[in-house]
Design a protein around this ligand. Structure first.
Ligand code: HEM
Length: 133
């Protein structure tokens, strides 16, 4: 398995543990106020990161080069900051609103890097990232 896939899967499983933790916290306390954070940690963090990892495992040529690392770094930073910000926002900390807004745009940027990777032929992706090096 390419290193980037391993990285995505390791990160995904950490998101799953955190997401399940939030789910259990809601279930036990019978207070579902952080439902939005729970859903996003699980779906953007666990499910989507695992799909990214699977994509690179199925397309090893796309896993080479710097672009895949840029994708991982931008996307993961966006989801981590957004998850923390959203969790605190839903707990009543309204100062987190701009943090959630900016981090959601960072997450989108990570997805756009992935979209570029998907639509570009593998060779073009490698050549482009090699030129950046
Ligand atoms: C042990 C694991 C989990 C527990 C204890 C748990 C618990 C919960 C609870 C208590 C709610 C609030 C329900 C409500 O207020 O209507 C919820 C909602 C939700 N959970 Fe989980 N959850 C778990 C795992 C997951 C996973 C793995 C995913 C996604 C991959 C997920 C996705 C969602 C979504 C999308 C919602 C919102 C549903 C809606 O708004 O109708 N959950 N969960």
């Amino acid at each position: 398995m390419p290193a980037i896939s391993n990285l995505f899967f390791r990160t995904a499983v950490v998101f799953l543990i955190v997401g399940i933790g939030m789910g259990l916290q809601m279930a036990i306390s019978q207070n579902h106020n952080v439902i939005g954070a729970h859903a996003h940690v699980n779906l953007l963090g666990w499910v989507t990161s695992a799909i990214f990892g699977g994509y690179y495992a199925l397309n090893p040529a796309k896993a080479e080069g710097r672009l895949a690392l840029v994708h991982y770094g931008v996307y993961t930073a966006g989801v981590v900051i957004m998850s923390i910000g959203l969790y605190l926002l839903l707990q009543g900390n309204t100062a987190m609103e701009p943090v959630v807004a900016v981090s959601s745009l960072i997450t989108l940027a990570g997805v756009l890097v992935f979209a570029w990777t998907v639509f570009m032929p593998a060779t073009a992706t490698i050549v482009r990232t090699a030129k950046m090096a």
